[in-house]
Design a protein around this ligand. Structure first.
Ligand SMILES: [Zn+2]
Length: 407
């Protein structure tokens, strides 16, 4: 007993001296239960047939089964990590053949999900091309799609989107940290121990500067949002280092919020079986608990005022989920001015904006609840052309810097 009391006393002392400042718990009008739920893992294996080989034993792969229907036709089963789940059926696997041939592969979701991601091909996992749409035939109800592939001795990668796994994102993070005003840090570890990357952008001292928070990939398949975030951050690094922006502002970037989900090829959830973008209330999941703590601790200890939070995602079209005019925030005029500048710069007739009242425990609501900041969910369409995604990332970073420099 005495030992336990002493131990508790020691723990209490140690938490007093080292405990980081953590985020407050927030209540929302539409709460979501984000306590841990079981997931089922796919079997990682090599499927070998007379001519054809198929494998899913690499990060970001998803293939739950593979059978031969006849000499030229095969069926690939694609299943989510658990139910219920948002219908975003991610798939990724590699194929090769002893002899050059044409094969047909049925991507069979058979779980209510509809074919969503246009298949991409790669010879090396780095450079991707879109499979011609004439080589993709959906079933009448879209719960499967047949893809026509030319396979040969060289391995062919087939995936729902370009693969941006934990390793590849880490290489990008490292390359950004080569600039002397960018530092690479860690916000903690995912449930399975993967690093929660953080980049700090600031010229001179961090102290007393207003802050912009940037996050991405709470949802594993949402690569197009990630690509936009990359162009956005690269532009802040390239141009914000010479236009005065990084002297005035500090930027904290968390580019891969769900590294386990990404490397396990999940549809949406983390290894706790939870949609991380509903956990910004009680912080049941370690990824959200640690990133929010990092944000609060970093900004409080450096006397930073968080003015803006951006969360990059993907959906069926480009759209901005913005705060409804009734929501109080530090820079009330920012959103309208920013979207208009982006619209003009990228040459669009209209920009899709969907204002919301922060009813659910999402990151964008949390940026406002925790800091009084403007919180925006920046959505890029699954099929938005990659060149346009980059242009949008560049121009929206320029527009943001112009507006915030004028504050
Ligand atoms: Zn999303």
């Amino acid at each position: 007993m005495k030992k336990i009391v002493l131990l508790l006393f020691a723990l209490c002392l140690s938490c007093k001296s080292t405990s980081p400042l953590t985020a407050s718990k927030h209540e929302y009008a539409k709460p979501v239960d984000t306590t841990k739920r079981p997931i089922s893992n796919q079997k990682k294996k090599v499927y070998q047939f007379e001519y054809l080989g198929v494998r899913n034993d690499f990060p970001a792969a998803r293939l739950n089964g593979f059978i031969k229907n006849n000499d030229s036709t095969y069926t690939a089963s694609i299943w989510p990590e658990n139910f219920p789940i948002n219908p975003s059926p991610w798939y990724a696997f590699k194929l090769w053949s002893k002899t050059e041939r044409i094969i047909y592969v049925n991507l069979d979701y058979s779980n209510g999900a509809k074919h969503r991601y246009a298949p991409k091909l790669s010879a090396d996992g780095e450079n991707w091309t879109l499979l011609d749409s004439t080589s993709v035939q959906r079933s009448a109800d879209s719960t499967s799609a047949q893809v026509k592939l030319q396979v040969g001795k060289d391995t062919l990668w087939l995936a729902a989107q370009e693969i941006q796994d934990h390793r590849r994102v880490g290489e990008w993070v490292q390359s950004m940290a080569q600039h002397n005003f960018v530092s690479q840090n860690s916000a903690g570890k995912s449930m399975l121990g993967r690093d929660l990357y953080n980049l700090n952008l600031s010229k001179g001292l961090n102290i007393n500067k207003p802050v912009v928070l940037i996050i991405s990939r709470q949802h594993p398949p949402e690569v197009t949002g990630f690509l936009c975030m990359k162009a956005f951050v690269e532009t802040i690094i390239e141009e914000g280092s010479t236009n005065g922006f990084l002297e005035k502002y500090r930027i904290l970037v968390y580019p891969l919020m769900n590294p386990d989900g990404v490397d396990l090829g999940h549809y949406r959830h983390n290894t706790g079986g939870v949609d991380l973008n509903r956990d910004w209330s009680q912080y049941h999941q370690p990824e959200i608990e640690q990133v929010t703590s990092h944000m609060v601790h970093e900004t409080a200890t450096h006397k930073n005022d968080v003015v803006l939070g951006l969360d990059f995602h993907s959906t069926y079209r480009d759209v901005y989920y913005t705060p409804h005019e009734s929501i109080e925030r530090k820079i009330p005029n920012f959103t309208k001015a920013w979207l208009e500048k982006i619209r003009v710069a990228v040459g669009l007739k209209d920009i899709n904006e969907s204002p919301g009242k922060n009813l659910q425990p999402t990151s964008s609501a949390w940026f406002n609840r925790q800091f009084g900041a403007t919180g925006i969910t920046y959505e890029i369409g699954d099929d938005t052309p990659r060149g346009f995604i980059k242009t949008k990332g560049v121009e929206s970073a320029r527009a943001m810097m112009q507006l915030l420099l004028a504050e």
